[in-house]
Write a protein that binds this ligand. Structure first.
Ligand SMILES: [Zn+2]
Length: 357
């Protein structure tokens, strides 16, 4: 899969004067056998035994020359030795260099750099304490228990939206769900029923709410109803919760996006664990596991900069509350012109697939 995130030019900048170190780690013997030799050494490309040598600017370009086959640059050497494809080589080199991402528009805060100065945050209104939380919890658990694995509907809907990755098991389906309901009445109001995609909000491993998206009963599109999305909660406040679409992995970065679609697109782009915030106002407060050391924030781009502001607020908070080695935000590289007011990572991915970027 093509990775849109890793950019060779940016990696080249970081790799300058470090190719000896990179190749000795990632290409081992293939490098050691030509390193420090005036006479030629064995060539990984053609198998010649005494014709390979380091280019005079090797430290800056990683090139190993061969008098027989001409040789190749550091990336080619690593590819050849390990059998990795080019994207994997980029990923490994970037990781070795302590960088994870090279997307234009990326802002990286690391090694003690601070994120941009604080904006004034509007205090979030606290909902009134809810005496019915235990009942709400039961209600939400019942809904979740009714969900089934995708029967193909979510997949078809995603395809129609331009997303081709497999539906993660964290997205579940209910075939018929009312558009109007109230948990304390324990009934719906004769409302119309639609298939819905359901995802859990988790707070410290516990279900704290549900995100519900209504689909059209027939066509692979969102339902033509007044409210297409609903957030149900069984806690006073969903602050700190998130939709954890993919499991985090120790030593791997975590990507946080706003919406589920944007997050799925980012998963398709980056192949790293991705979470979604759901509504933008929840983004800033998301809690992450302490073992996570690198976080990217996949920003939505919009004319009023709301996406950037919530991403910055999240970056500031993560910077303050966690010991991260790496924290970066990245924004779709799309200009907001011709009446386009907002783009997310799925818009970016679609354009990329269509060759428009
Ligand atoms: Zn050769």
């Amino acid at each position: 899969m093509e990775s849109l995130i890793l950019d060779k030019e940016q990696i080249n900048i970081e790799a300058d004067r470090r190719w000896g170190d990179i190749l000795s780690t990632l290409a081992g013997d293939a490098f050691e056998s030509v390193n420090g030799r005036n006479k030629g050494g064995p060539c990984v490309f053609c198998g010649g035994t005494d014709r390979a040598y380091k280019h005079k600017d090797f430290d800056s370009n990683g090139v190993i020359c061969c008098r027989q086959c001409k040789g190749g640059d550091g990336y080619a050497v690593i590819m050849e030795v390990n059998g990795w494809d080019f994207q994997e080589v980029l990923a490994r080199v970037a990781k070795h260099l302590g960088m994870f991402i090279g997307h234009p528009g990326l802002e990286i805060y690391k090694n003690g750099d601070r994120p941009p100065p604080k904006r004034k945050l509007e205090p979030r209104p606290e909902p009134p304490p809810d005496d019915d939380l235990p009942r709400r919890k039961k209600w939400i658990e019942n809904i979740w228990d009714r969900t089934i694995e995708d029967d193909g509907r979510i997949k078809t809907f995603h395809k129609e939206r331009g997303l081709y990755i497999p539906v993660p098991p964290t997205l579940r389906l209910i075939k018929e769900f009312p558009t109007h309901f109230s948990f304390d009445k324990d009934k719906d109001f004769g409302a119309s029923r639609h298939p819905v995609i359901v995802a859990q909000y988790l707070f410290k491993g516990e279900m704290s709410g549900l995100h519900i998206l209504y689909l059209d009963p027939v066509k692979p599109m969102k339902a033509n109803v007044k409210v297409q999305r609903r957030t149900l909660r069984c806690v006073d406040n969903l602050a700190g919760s998130s939709i954890q679409l993919y499991e985090t992995i120790p030593d791997e970065p975590l990507m946080i996006c706003e919406g589920i679609e944007s997050a799925l697109a980012m998963r398709e782009i980056s192949n790293i664990p991705v979470w979604a915030a759901g509504p933008r106002n929840l983004m800033e407060s998301i809690l992450i596991p302490d073992y996570i050391k690198a976080v990217y924030i996949g920003v939505d781009k919009d004319l009023n900069n709301g996406g950037r502001e919530s991403a910055t607020a999240l970056a500031e908070r993560l910077y303050r509350d966690y010991e991260l080695d790496f924290l970066g935000t990245t924004e779709p590289d799309i200009e907001l012109t011709d009446g386009i007011e907002k783009v997310d990572w799925n818009d970016y991915l679609k354009r990329k697939k269509e060759g428009r970027i």
